[in-house]
Design a binder for this molecule. Structure first.
Ligand SMILES: NC(=O)c1ccc[n+]([C@@H]2O[C@H](COP(=O)([O-])OP(=O)(O)OC[C@H]3O[C@@H](n4cnc5c(N)ncnc54)[C@H](O)[C@@H]3O)[C@@H](O)[C@H]2O)c1
Length: 361
């Protein structure tokens, strides 16, 4: 199998191909839409309208007619029509309710959007009589968290304390069931869809303004000259620049398209072990990159439970996909803060420049 890590190889895999991307109005989805367009793909987005101002999606408008469908993943009829009309070669499924704290406020909706929404999408793919690589994006939080200093591998037990994590573990079970029942790798997948899942760690990068996420909290505070509110300073997370898992998703999609039997499986994408930082280390590196600032410890006894210790084993993606992280944690934070320092009118160009620079690393 050809090594698909290089930009030229990704270009040959995606150029002129039809890619359905759910969640394109969000943080990761908008970065991926730009990258796919740079690779020459014909991309159609499907997601709700953006939930915050200042994201990369708003910088990208206007879109060609039909290239950005603003609709709910739970609208099965419209989703089915979209897939049938577009006949995608690739589907990247990012649309989700992705926030842990919000999942405590809307638990049932989080399960509906994340688990049932994925089932809706995969059901539409059953009727495709063509090769189509479907990559479902879940998270590092799908593993039953033992709060021990271990690196979770793809074979570890699924679980989830908070509704978000549990809904994504359910999403993995949905993927596995559809794979066995409808896209079975043991049968010929020559002209059928195939499905893989991608579990990435905590992602940072420009253009994220979500509520209750650490980077938006940092930038809002630094811009206002206020102390950064930090709820879980000692929590360890697998921080990564957004381009790292996106690179993994693109390689996985291309490999799955070329060899569906071998790659219809789950992959972790995370940093190297030395780059699993505490929230406090992340915040202090961000302050250094910004040039000034301070933070406040807001940990309170009754706050909603969030995992304290979470580390991912990435050997499978490194060996089988030849993917590896290109930026260490410090560089990832610097790239992120540099993005937020740009004036609004330069942010889209800066996004494209960062994709270009990343490809050349
Ligand atoms: N950001 C992270 O650190 C991180 C880490 C691991 C996994 N993920 C996963 O990556 C994906 C993208 O996350 P993000 O950080 O870009 O989040 P985001 O909130 O910025 O984007 C979420 C996207 O999903 C769409 N969406 C939400 N509900 C929908 C619905 N009912 N119907 C249609 N579209 C809907 C939104 O419109 C948006 O386009 C999610 O699946 C998330 O679980 C994110």
């Amino acid at each position: 199998m050809e090594n698909l890590v290089s930009n030229a190889s990704l270009q040959s895999a995606y150029k002129g191909k039809k890619v359905l991307l759910t969640g394109h109005t969000g943080f990761k989805g908008a970065w991926l839409m730009n990258w796919l367009q740079m690779l020459g793909a014909d991309v159609k987005g499907y997601a709700l309208p953006p939930s915050y101002e200042g994201g990369i999606y708003q910088l990208m408008e206007p879109f060609a007619t039909g290239a950005s469908i603003l609709a709910d993943i739970r609208n099965k009829e419209l989703l089915k029509q979209t897939v049938q009309d577009f006949q995608p070669d690739f589907i990247f499924h990012l649309a989700a309710q992705p926030l842990v704290r919000l999942s405590y406020e809307i638990p049932a909706e989080t399960f509906e959007v994340n688990a049932v929404g994925t089932a809706n999408l995969l059901e539409t793919a059953i009727s495709l009589n063509k090769r189509c690589a479907v990559v479902v994006i879940t998270t590092d939080k799908v593993y039953e968290n033992k709060e021990q200093d271990i690196l979770y591998t793809e074979n570890d037990v699924l679980g989830g304390y908070d509704p978000y994590s549990a809904s994504k573990a359910c999403t993995e079970i949905v993927v596995s069931s559809f794979r066995s029942s409808f896209f079975n790798p043991s049968q010929s997948l020559q002209n059928r869809p195939s499905v893989a899942s991608a579990r990435a760690g905590n992602v940072i990068g420009g253009g994220d303004w979500s509520k209750d996420r650490i980077v938006p909290d940092i930038v809002r505070a630094l811009r206002n000259g206020a102390p950064i509110p930090v709820r879980n300073p000692n929590s360890v997370r697998p921080w990564q620049h957004v381009l790292e898992p996106l690179h993994g998703y693109l390689i996985l999609g291309a490999m799955l398209y070329a060899q569906p039997v071998e790659f219809s499986t789950a992959f972790n994408f995370g940093p190297l072990p030395a780059d699993h930082l505490t929230v406090q280390e992340l915040v202090e590196t961000a302050i250094d990159s910004w040039g000034s600032g301070e933070w406040n410890n807001l940990a309170t006894p009754g706050q909603p439970h969030e995992a304290n210790l979470l580390k991912l084993h990435i050997g499978k993606a490194m060996q089988q996909l030849q993917w590896k992280p290109k930026l260490n944690a410090k560089e990832a934070i610097q790239w992120t803060i540099e993005w937020y320092k740009q004036p609004v009118e330069k942010q889209l160009d800066f996004t494209l420049n960062q994709i270009n620079s990343y490809q050349q690393l």
